[in-house]
Design a protein around this ligand. Sequence first.
Ligand SMILES: Nc1ncnc2c1ncn2[C@@H]1O[C@H](COP(=O)(O)OP(=O)(O)OP(=O)(O)O)[C@@H](O)[C@H]1O
Ligand SMILES: [Mg+2]
Length: 522
Amino acid sequence: MMMQDVWNQFGPAIATIMFAWTMYQNYFPHELRGHIRRYTDKLVNYFYPFMHIIFHEYETDGWFERSKAYVAIERYLSKNSSTQAKRLVANVVKDGQSLVLTMDDHEEITDDYEGEKVWWISSQKEANRQTISWYPREEEKRYFKLKFHRKNREIITNTYLKYVLDEGKAISVRERQRKLYTNNKGDGGYDGYRRRMWSQVVFEHPSTFKTLAMEPNKKQEIMDDLETFSKSKEYYAKIGKAWKRGYLLYGPPGTGKSSMIAAMANFLQYDVYDLELTAVKDNTELRKLLIDTTSKSIIVIEDIDCSLDLTGQRKKEEKKEKEDKVEKDVIKEELKKREEKKPSEVTLSGLLNFIDGLWSAIGGERLIVFTTNFVEKLDPALIRRGRMDKHIELSYCCFESFKVLANNYLDVASHDHFPEIQRLLGETNITPADVAENLMPKSSKETADTCLARLIKAIETAKVEAKLKAEEEKAEKEKVEKENEEKKKGAAATEYAKKPDDVKENGNCSETNGVKENADVS
Ligand SMILES: Nc1ncnc2c1ncn2[C@@H]1O[C@H](COP(=O)(O)OP(=O)(O)OP(=O)(O)O)[C@@H](O)[C@H]1O
Ligand SMILES: [Mg+2]
């Protein structure tokens, strides 16, 4: 009864308004409508205190590519969306492995920034069905609308939006599927028409700083260094240095150099580019490879001493050839011909140029890590500070490192065997890789006790072997020294035999004098 009254009262009024609206739409001149719209907008603005900013999903001049701002906002809002919005859309990311929840069309969520409230609305423009679209997404003109109070205009446009975009990008980086890239001789496939320089696989190495066995202080120092680097974008810009840092990891095989690189990548959430220098044709290819790397990545050159040895070898050969030939012009001609035939290789100077020059120019949060078993073999120019900023030695297993491994492999923090192991590790060099191998249970029957006992045996064996080796080396050294001594004596005797008799006599005299003089002095 009530409803009917209301309808009787307002029905004719609504019908009149609708009629007037249709008349206005159909018969009012277009220019006049523009004027009216402007005045009504002004009127509305006077009473309506909010402002809007629209972010379209596809940029008008972009080629089917989602707007970067839209994607960043979507990521930023995903956290609030999953708690506030009633209708959600699930997007699959990370190469099909995880879901990102975003709000569905016409949902609204709120956000707080420095105590001020803003509203985000997800919407879709009406599809234009009359035109044929090349791309299905063309018909779904989605956008985000940001609504905020007019008084917050400054803060929203100057700081909040930057914060949203930065945070959204950071979330994407954190949640992306990280990659391990390797350079192969030309089989990286094609990216459109362009040959791909790197082949890629998903990077899922489980090594972390927690599982890495090394002295806790040293470990903390490296983690602090990495963290400071990753947060120093402004600082590097201020001091006029490219945002990059070089690490040299050195130590015997099996001490955790490769494990540390994986731990670094996992710590900073970076991609890894494993650069195999011996597969790089020349300096030009090296340059192309490096231009193709992305920011937030670690470029790794393992066993740098071996990679550069090739070049060193070649240089030596060339030098020898040069010395052997007498005619300089002929040599030049010959070398030139050879150079033309031979595929050139990466040179030390090419590598240095990449570290100092080009790589600095492409900027953007990159680490370069060299590893070597023989640090003394490397050219000092390559590892000077500024190029390799931090030198990290990974060494044999100490007791602290052992405790980390025992915890990782056996879940034990203390044990009766520990004091003996501590004593033995103080006396013998054994790599963390060997310790780890002995700690790993080989069957379900093996307990922590068995594994630790096996380790003790292994360290004792290593100790005996090291002692034997040292004795052998000492004996070998003595043997060589003795042989050299005898050779010298033999050579001196032959020389003496060759001399004429009068010289022999004088020589003898002087020698006798010398001995005498010495005898007198003494
Ligand atoms: N410091 C360490 N912490 C934890 N595990 C380690 C450590 N060092 C070695 N390991 C174990 O030994 C294995 C070999 O180590 P890794 O490959 O990191 O050594 P490396 O120093 O890179 O050796 P190489 O010089 O031969 O390349 C790893 O898979 C890991 O299980
Ligand atoms: Mg290694």
